[in-house]
Design a binder for this molecule. Sequence first.
Ligand code: UT7
Length: 339
Amino acid sequence: MSIISFYKNGEVIAIGTILVSTGSYVPEQRLTNSQLTEMVETSDEWIVQRTGIRERRIASNMQTSELAIPAAQRALEDGGVSAQELDLIIACTATPDSYTPSLACRVQAAIGADNAFAFDASAACSGFVYATDIVDSYFRAGKAKTALVVCAETLSRLVDFTDRTVCCLFGDGAGAAVFRWSETEEGILQTVMGADGTRGDALLAKALPVEDALNGDRTYSHTDRFLHMNGKEVFRFAARTVPDAIDRVLNKAGMTADEIDWVVPHQANLRIIDVICRRYGLKKEQVYVNLDRFGNTSSASVPICLDEMRQKGLLKRGQRAIFVGFGGGLTYGAILLRI
Ligand code: UT7
């Protein structure tokens, strides 16, 4: 991908994938650190010091689509975009309502996006950056012009609330963004995506177990049912790959960190965010953080941040931002764009 421009009638014309609007939806129910201390042997101090998380939302008795649909509708409303204008919908979730139809097709049906093709992209916590990169690629190939990315998670359904190593970390929520191909603005400048499948077991949430369907015992074991994470290994992976992805995306764009206004990282752990701040000499105010209120909402975390930033008027036209994802797969990715 090359940055920016081509010539038309002797003039430099900017083209690119622009972020049009955002939306989000989180369930009402809060689960505080103090409530968790009544469920497992932990403390508010441990959770805050090791992660920065103070509370998270829980979607009790809700399907993931019930979060995704309002987030998508809010993103359309925010941009004054009609569902009919969408020609592509990509959804990301590790907790789909069903293997089929996909979450993207459920959203498509609910919002009435009759002209869109729709599918799910599976990249766990990197889902939003992967899906945005796919949108950008479709746009550049001339195969779509207006797209919705919607990321929604009900990770509480995968969490064992007797396992303190994971139950303090994750929360439920949904975020969405509308992108449009522009023939006057740059939008996305560069992207970098990566994966290391050899480390996949470090964050494992199994689907259907392997079994002898005709003759076997078909009960799920504990290992099959819940999410398991080797936190230290994922932390080390993030501390290595995230700065590397930021370096590479800046290099590809011929920019330096001091030209960046915002970094919007996946909200997993404040200590990982501190690593990014120190490495690039970023002020704390340049890195958006809301994990204290929502915990780790996997693929939804970056678009929920973006929606909050837009609602607060923090994202200004012309600013440059880097979105960063990392997590299950293991996967990572960074997107550099001009707002
Ligand atoms: O979105 C996907 C991406 N995921 C991530 O990025 C997660 C990255 N990893 C992390 O955020 C951190 O590794 C964790 C927050 C998960 C854990 O922090 P840590 O500093 O790596 O702690 P640890 O796993 O090394 O555990 C240290 C101690 C252990 O006790 P011992 O063995 O030292 O006696 C744990 O058993 O803390 C104990 N521990 C807890 N204590 C109180 C683990 N969980 C808890 C807890 N409350 N909730």
